[in-house]
Structures are given as structure tokens and as C-alpha cells.
Design a protein around this ligand. Structure first.
Ligand code: ATP
Ligand code: MG
Length: 361
């Protein structure tokens, strides 16, 4: 079976460090590994509209931002297909057919959707489209027969839902759909990078993000204002690592060589942590260290972004061509799905012959 990747992001804002460690970095590695026959990267505007239907301008403005972020981290349009979800009507059609395979109570049980409903104050009235977005994600993944989906931990329930739909479809109709495998970040700190405010997840909707395109000065300010340990009041106080966002970010970004470069009085992260826990190490020092690391990681990404920003119509063209390519793949799967579901009347000559015979006399 060919190895295919499908993944994507909602154009609800520019992409941030959570996306970078949770999914973007991995995508670029997978793209560059040459092991995959197809890599499809989707800007999920239709999904973003399920909870932003009344603010279409926000989605419209952010398509180009997400595309620029993609290109700046090293997604290469000659090797990966970058496309826009709403331009592939086949995805909407698949979603509608898959809806028959999922119960409403199953949708309510999805833990990610549950917490998102709370966050968006949808408890009293949930748009049906929002409740069903895990089904539309199953359509996105299966339309391309993706075998692997590199995403952050919050997407686990979506992948579970997709697998259930695949199994049910294949059992009820015919073996057409492919069960995908989730590729979670290998580094635990990257599974769900917390926000700069220490909240569970860095998320565009929570406004606690360091964006890939933030200016060096904004990054510095955000790092210096990051949540650490509220009990660590004096430098001499013992500090705690649990829930300490700066240390979580160091777990996610720090490499051995950073010590020689920016903090030579320590040899490794364990030594730094030990000192912090003992007391005598100030937050400012570790924040400056983290700032240096992030600035180094983001500088080449920002330089690349500036290059692409000079040719915006070229970037739109990349998305247009990518959408055309993606559409032709999804259309093939939809044909197979419709044939399996027996709704391919005009291609089914046997059916027409049978009915002709039935009414022969
Ligand atoms: P929104 O608030 O609009 O939902 P978001 O910041 O959650 O935006 P998404 O577009 O929903 O971003 O997520 C895109 C991808 O990035 C998914 O694979 C998701 O798992 C991953 N991701 C998002 N936030 C994080 C995070 N904080 N840590 C790790 N991965 C993340
Ligand atoms: Mg999200």
C-alpha cells in the first residue's frame, strides 16, 4: 500500500509554536524523508467556519497567513500538495454519507469536542456543523486514503472517530477506505504545548501564543512574561518544574549545544532543573536562555517567510494548483465510495439492463 500523509490546520490565525512542535516540524521531516508517495497539507477553512460561521472575513484573511507559515517552515510545494478544504466539494459529499455511520451520542462523547464546546460557550446551542466536524475530518483523511496523520495529541479522538467510520463503512458496504495511523510528536513536551499563560494548550483561540511570524521583540516580551512557578518568589526559593511553562518549552526546544552557546555555566538541562528546584536560580535567567533558543530557531523561518511575502499571488497560485491536484484524488475516492454505496446509477450498466429486462413485456 502506498504511504500517504494528510494533515492540516484551521485558518483561524497565524501558526504558532504549538503547531510547529506538534505537527509542522514532523511534516517537513516526513516530506524530506522521501518515504511518502503523497503528502497533502490542508488549510481547513470549512472546518474553521463551523465555529466561525459568523466571521467569514477572519477565515478569508488567514488563508494566506497559514500558507506563508507552511512555506516558511520548509513545506515545499513541489513535494507536498498544499490545498484549501472548501475548494474540494467531494469532501463535503463524503461527510454527508459518513454521517449515517455515526450516532449523535458518539459525537457528544468526543473529549476534544466536549472541551471546545465549553470554551466557545456552545453548551446552550451547538451548531450541528461544529458537532459533526470530526466526521468531516474523517472525510478529509479518507478522501486521500491517508495512511499517516501527523498531529498533536488533541487530535487523538478525531483519529479514533475516523477509524470507526472506516471500519463501519468497509463492513457495511465494501473494503474501500483505509485506516490511518496517528503520528504523535515523539517528545512528550510537544504533544500539547501549553500557552505562555500556562494554560493547557497554546491555541489561537485562547490568545496565549508565540506565533512563528512574531517579531524578535514580541517573542522576547512574550518569553519574559511567561508563566513559571507562582511559589518561586525570591531567587533563593526552591522552584517547581511541574506546570512551569518555561521548563516545558525548554524540554521542547533545548538541545545540548545550546548550553555551550548561551549558558555555559551549565552542562545540560538536568543540571539546570536541579539548580532551579534547589533554589538560587532566577526566572529571568532561564527566560533569557529560552529566548535565545527560540530566536535562533525562528530566525531562518522568518527570513524564508519574508521571501515568500514578496510574491503573494504566487502563493495563491500554489494553493490553487494544489487544490486542483487534491480534488482529482478526492474525486476518485468519492467514485469508489458511491459505487460501494450503490449510488452510481448511470455507470451501472448491469442495473440498467436488469431494469430493462424487468419491463421488457
Ligand atoms: P483553534 O484554536 O482555532 O482550534 P489551534 O491553535 O488549536 O486553533 P488547529 O488548527 O486546531 O490549531 O491545530 C492544527 C494542528 O496543530 C493539529 O494537528 C493540532 O494537534 C496541532 N496543535 C495545535 N495546538 C497545539 C499545541 N499547543 N501543541 C501541540 N500541537 C498543537
Ligand atoms: Mg484546534
Amino acid at each position: 500500500m502506498s504511504k500517504i500523509i494528510l494533515t492540516g490546520d484551521r485558518p483561524t490565525g497565524r501558526l504558532h509554536l504549538g503547531h510547529y512542535v506538534g505537527s509542522l516540524k514532523r511534516r517537513v521531516e516526513l516530506q524530506n524523508s522521501g518515504e511518502y508517495e503523497k503528502i497533502l497539507i490542508m488549510i481547513a477553512d470549512a472546518q474553521a467556519l463551523t465555529d466561525n460561521f459568523d466571521n467569514p472575513e477572519k477565515i478569508r484573511q488567514n488563508i494566506i497567513e497559514v500558507a506563508l507559515d507552511y512555506l516558511s517552515v520548509g513545506l515545499d510545494p513541489t513535494r507536498s500538495t498544499l490545498f484549501i478544504q472548501s475548494q474540494i466539494p467531494e469532501l463535503t459529499e463524503l461527510t454527508f454519507y459518513y454521517m449515517n455511520l455515526v450516532s449523535v451520542s458518539r459525537l457528544y462523547r468526543n473529549p476534544t469536542v466536549k472541551s471546545e464546546i465549553q470554551l466557545r460557550n456552545f453548551e446552550a446551542s451547538i451548531p450541528a456543523g461544529f458537532l459533526c466536524y470530526p466526521i468531516s475530518q474523517a472525510a478529509d483523511i479518507t478522501a486521500f486514503k491517508a495512511t499517516a496523520v501527523p498531529v498533536g495529541e488533541d487530535q487523538l479522538p478525531m483519529l479514533e472517530q475516523t477509524k470507526e467510520i472506516v471500519r463501519k463503512f468497509n463492513a457495511v458496504y465494501r473494503e474501500v477506505l483505509v485506516e490511518p495511523e496517528i503520528l504523535l510528536p515523539e517528545n512528550n513536551a510537544c504533544l500539547r504545548l501549553p500557552g505562555t499563560d500556562g494554560k493547557a494548550k497554546m491555541s489561537k483561540s485562547l490568545g496565549n501564543c508565540i506565533y512563528l511570524a512574531d517579531s524578535p521583540e514580541d517573542i522576547r516580551k512574550k518569553v519574559m512574561g511567561m508563566f513559571t512557578d507562582p511559589l518561586h518568589l525570591q531567587v533563593s526559593d526552591p522552584g517547581h518544574l511541574e506546570g512551569n511553562t518555561v521548563f516545558t518549552y525548554l524540554d521542547a526546544f533545548c538541545k545540548q549545544r545550546h548550553f555551550a552557546e548561551y549558558l555555559p555555566e551549565y552542562s545540560c538541562l538536568d543540571e539546570l532543573k536541579e539548580h532551579y528546584q534547589k533554589g538560587g536560580l532566577g526566572d529571568v535567567k532561564i527566560k533569557k536562555f529560552l529566548n535565545n533558543i527560540l530566536q535562533e530557531e525562528l530566525a531562518p523561518i522568518q527570513a524564508k517567510r519574508k521571501e515568500y511575502e514578496k510574491d503573494i499571488s504566487g502563493v495563491y497560485n500554489i494553493l490553487k494548483e494544489g487544490s486542483e491536484q487534491a480534488r482529482s484524488i478526492a474525486a476518485k475516492t468519492l467514485d469508489e465510495v458511491k459505487a460501494a454505496m450503490k449510488i452510481n446509477y448511470f455507470e451501472d450498466e448491469a442495473l440498467i439492463r436488469m431494469h430493462s429486462r424487468k419491463y421488457e413485456n
